[in-house]
Design a protein around this ligand. Sequence first.
Ligand code: PMT
Length: 334
Amino acid sequence: MNSSLGSEIDSFYESAPPLKERDSIMEKLNEFVELNCKGTKRVVCVTSGGTTVPLEQRCVRYIDNFSSGHRGAASTEYFLKAGYAIIFLYRRATSQPYCRSLPDDPLLECFEATDELNIQVRQPYSEAVKRAIRDHHAAVAGGFLLKLPFTTIFEYLQVFKIAIPGRSFLLLIEYLVLYYEQMLQMVAVSLRSLGPLAMFYLAAAVSGLLCSLEKHEHKIQSGSGPLDMRLVQVPKMLSVLRTEWAPMAFCISFKLETDTKILLDKADMALRKYKMNAVVANELLTRKEVVVVVTDSEKISVQRDKTEAGSDVENPLVKLLVDRHSAFIKDSNA
Ligand code: PMT
């Protein structure tokens, strides 16, 4: 990394707001690991939602990455059903496991007051609410579902800083490229002892560009003419996940494109470049109907079962990946 970029990143890093939840994240992660990382229990880290890049230090505006979080939330439910313990690393205010069938606009639609003191669930929602509460509470109370929220890249940065206190700052700057993986890194290192029993299912849409470091302190004034902005490209650190943090784990990344002509080639490139076990290729408009799982020997089309009401593509996708994970564990132990 050249030194001017290094110092840019340096000041960017220093301007990051402190992570308030640092100790509690560590504590929750340790508890989760203690409870789940034993025997043959499998653990999957599901990332979900998009990261933001703030444009101002006192942020009013930001650049967002598209993702509703539906894929991550739905997949989490299916992984839980398949017996996995889950670390759900998600963007705040995106879809949550077990809440997909509830109206979010507004959630209060589900309830009504029966008198001054009591509320009840409205009839059309009662089954869905009961199911959501029962399944969600069972997963959380059982310790199988740990939810860690994020919004900005700063959170990743701060968590990462905690995670590698011994490293020199320059090295840390190089690791800025891990902006998304700051939290992921903590998770990955915690799960390292699981070896092949750990899976990474990286459905999050992560900012590939950071706002230039001469970031505005106050709200940018739209009346002051056109806005010039520099965005710094950030290399993906999937290969570090692969080689350093969790070298034995089963790793699935995603590739989203809007041009179907380049989708499979891009997925194939990602598979080789980052040494993923599989890349799930999806196109923006059809992503809820079909995905293609690209491995080094196959391209498997996975479709939603249109004959079944309420079906989704995550159900067959997770089934396929769980099978592939089983084969991977068997091979690794052979
Ligand atoms: O949330 P939904 O609305 O249901 O939509 C789901 C989805 C379309 C967002 C999802 O299926 C999907 O495709 N997610 C990945 C989007 C994408 O192409 O991201 P990317 O090109 O920025 O990254 C490719 C892969 O590398 C992703 O698996 C990403 O999680 C991972 N990555 C990227 C950058 C980075 N620094 N670290 C990463 O781990």
